[in-house]
Ligand binder design. Structure first.
Ligand SMILES: Cc1cc2nc3c(=O)[nH]c(=O)nc-3n(C[C@H](O)[C@H](O)[C@H](O)COP(=O)(O)O)c2cc1C
Length: 258
């Protein structure tokens, strides 16, 4: 075969493709365990951050030792032991027919169509006493689904912290949901009023600090009204009847049953 023959060029190109694909596949398989570990660590970090407990000088596992993970059945508001907390993935469960909950028409405030009937929730405990409840929430912004954690105080209504860890909103516009100044507006706000109505909302513009409703309201994001509206809507959904309302009401009334 001559050095420049078509057959030789094609053989070299083919071999190169085979070698490269083997290398890429080996890297993907070899690194997948590490990726899973990093993903789990990142999730723990986000949960701790929502609770205002993250300390970068301490190991994540040590910090997480005061946190109990449970799987809640949103339909009954009870904890379920049917799933393994370590391997449960609510995004996978949202696709499985036996755990998928399709949101009834007219109730899909979060714009997500369906979600898992079971969700992993995180309790900051002091002995047997529940200090904070950290809940995963998600919903549509303008361009993307925004995933976050909200942490509530022992009264199950006052926000301790709220942060998104994954979204695709525009940096500088909707991406301002990550701005620490905006995130700092959330602690102290209340989700429910004394009648149990879900009142939390993101207003357009700035909250009238003198108004009686201010305790339930957070300033909007200028130039990003649609993202900000998405944040308010997803909270209305997840704190409502199809979300965590039943669980929170039970915990408030009965405390944590071990
Ligand atoms: C390239 C581009 C990206 C945008 N990204 C966002 C976004 O991430 N979130 C958002 O709410 N609005 C975004 N907007 C603006 C919306 O189209 C809309 O004008 C805005 O949400 C209205 O907010 P305002 O009433 O505060 O001006 C974007 C606009 C453009 C042109």
């Amino acid at each position: 075969m001559s050095r420049d023959s078509t057959a030789k060029i094609l053989t070299v190109a083919f071999l190169l493709c085979v070698i490269c694909s083997i290398l890429v596949s080996a890297a993907a398989v070899g690194l997948s365990e590490r990726q899973q570990r990093n993903k789990a660590a990142e999730k723990k970090k986000n949960i701790l951050m929502a609770a205002g407990l993250y300390d970068e000088d301490m190991s994540l596992d040590e910090q997480f030792s005061t946190i109990q993970t449970r799987i809640v059945d949103l339909q009954s508001g009870e904890f379920s032991s049917d799933y393994d907390v370590a391997s449960f993935d609510s995004r996978v469960a949202a696709r499985e027919p036996e755990t998928r909950f399709v949101i009834p028409e007219g109730q899909d405030l979060a714009g997500i169509k369906a979600h898992s009937r079971y969700q992993d929730v995180y309790m900051v405990m002091d002995g047997d006493a529940l200090q904070q409840m950290i809940l995963p929430v998600y919903g549509k912004g303008l361009w993307s689904t925004m995933y976050g954690f909200i942490s509530l105080d022992a009264d199950m209504t006052t926000v301790v912290g709220f942060a998104f860890y994954e979204h695709g909103e525009t940096p500088g516009l909707g991406g301002e949901i990550d701005n620490p100044n905006w995130k700092n507006l959330w602690p102290g706000k209340r989700i429910y009023d004394d009648q149990g109505k879900t009142r939390i909302e993101v207003v357009k513009g700035t909250v009238d600090r003198g108004s009686a409703n201010a305790i339930y309201q957070v300033d909007g994001l200028s130039g990003a009204t649609l993202t900000a509206r998405g944040v308010g809507n997803l909270l209305q959904y997840w704190m409502g009847q199809n979300g965590y309302r039943l669980l929170l009401a039970k915990l408030k009334q009965e405390g944590v049953k071990q």
